[in-house]
Design a protein around this ligand. Structure first.
Ligand SMILES: Cc1ncc(COP(=O)(O)O)c(C=O)c1O
Length: 397
């Protein structure tokens, strides 16, 4: 069937974090919310049909992931990424952030350190803190319009602190974000190889958050960290979910792939008592993986159009803001340093003058100052209105 992504649907009064908390978060109802990572597109028809069918059977008892769902994940990893996984490697959780939290609790002890590559998805910071660990920052380098990993700095994060030469490194995990939110980069095989080698030699587990791995722009390919080698496979926890791809984050269903039995057992023991996905999360996940690709192909084509529209608009009409060209994700990382504002002035400018609800770059940690993150997964009329608001606001400066 043909989906109409141009159509604007109201999401007001649907308990939507994005649309119903606008006034609380941004101080006015008159802002276009383009922050949290969900899309203003209805999901695929086969998913809603599967949910309706399941809801019509009025028994909502304790639930198992079906064999068919597990097979669909195994098949998808192989078909999409050439990664062969075993069914028993999959652990279901009610989200990727809860999974990262469980993984850190399983791997680390209080006082250990966890590497984050900043600027990065900001909920990682409280998760590291909650596990009793400290963040060790391996800041990404921006050269021209492209971010790169800094491997010399990464190695230096493992060096003992001054005066503690006889103590081994306290870095026990690296949280890899691939594709990386907010910069939209897909890490390439050689980069992943270098990171993976450093992790193995220094004794850190890689937690690879690959939640955005199916939101790719034309010509781009995702490499799952674990698919690189058997050694890497044994030293990582891979977080996957259909939630970003098919716009299902409210259903809280993720599949965490842990090939190493020892790590998997530790993860499962630590997660004892944590709720997994619920009945509808499992139902939607299976329908998405089995029957969602027609929608996904059309959505990605529409998103490509949105990206081109936004890139052209910024270049022609708001040249003081530079867009970091993404390879993946529907999140645009906007370099607003050309506007010459400090972080608070930039926040006020976006909220009050441009009337846009974006994510402040400084929330994403080191290297985020002077940036804003904009979610462009919306019908083009909304995107156009938002960019015109921004152009008008910028013209008054
Ligand atoms: C990189 C990344 N990881 C995790 C999440 C959140 O995942 P979940 O809602 O499954 O906890 C997001 C949401 O935007 C994200 O961008």
């Amino acid at each position: 069937m043909k989906y109409d992504f141009d159509r604007v649907h109201s999401r007001l009064n649907t308990a939507s974090v994005k649309w119903d908390a606008t006034e609380d978060i941004f101080g006015s109802k008159d802002v276009i919310p383009m922050w949290v990572a969900d899309m203003d597109f209805p999901t695929a028809k086969p998913i809603t049909e599967a949910l309706e069918k399941r809801a019509a059977h009025p028994f909502y008892g304790y639930t198992l992931p079906s064999k068919c769902l597990i097979e669909s994940i195994v098949e998808r990893m192989h078909k999409k990424f050439g990664w062969k996984i075993e069914p028993e490697w999959i652990v279901f959780t009610a989200g990727v952030i809860p999974a990262i939290s469980t993984a850190l609790d399983a791997i680390t002890h209080p006082g250990d350190e966890v590497i984050l590559q900043e600027p990065v998805y900001y909920p990682f910071f409280p998760v590291v803190k909650q596990s009793g660990c400290q963040v060790a920052t391996n800041r990404l380098k921006l050269t021209g319009n492209r971010y790169e990993m800094d491997f010399e700095d990464l190695k230096a994060r493992f060096a003992p602190k001054t005066g503690m030469r006889n103590y081994p490194s306290r870095v026990k995990a690296i949280v890899l974000c691939n594709p990386h939110n907010p910069i939209g980069r897909l890490w390439e095989r050689p980069e992943l190889e270098r990171l993976g080698e450093i992790a193995i030699h220094r004794g850190a587990v890689v937690i690879s958050d690959e939640i955005h791995c199916e939101l790719l722009y034309r010509g781009c390919r995702h490499t799952p960290f674990a698919a690189i080698s058997k050694e890497f496979e044994q030293n990582c926890i891979v977080c996957m979910a259909p939630s970003k791809t098919f716009n299902l984050p409210g259903l809280h269903a993720s599949s965490i792939i842990i090939p190493n039995k020892k790590l998997r057992d530790a993860f499962q023991q630590t997660g004892t008592g944590m709720p997994g996905p619920n009945l509808f999360g499992y139902t939607a996940m299976e329908a998405a993986y089995r029957h969602g690709d027609e929608w996904l192909e059309q959505m990605l084509e529409y998103l490509e159009g949105n990206l081109q529209f936004a890139l052209d608009f910024f270049r022609q009409k708001v040249p003081k803001i530079t867009v970091i060209q993404p390879q993946a994700t529907y999140l645009l990382w906007l370099d607003c340093r050309g506007l010459g504002m400090d972080n608070m002035a930039l926040r006020e400018f976006m909220r009050k003058k441009a009337r846009l609800g974006l994510d402040d770059g400084f929330l994403f940690g080191k290297g985020g100052s002077g940036f804003q993150r904009m979610n462009i997964a919306c019908p083009r009329p909304i995107l156009k209105e938002a960019l015109e608001r921004l152009e008008k606001a910028a013209s008054t400066l």
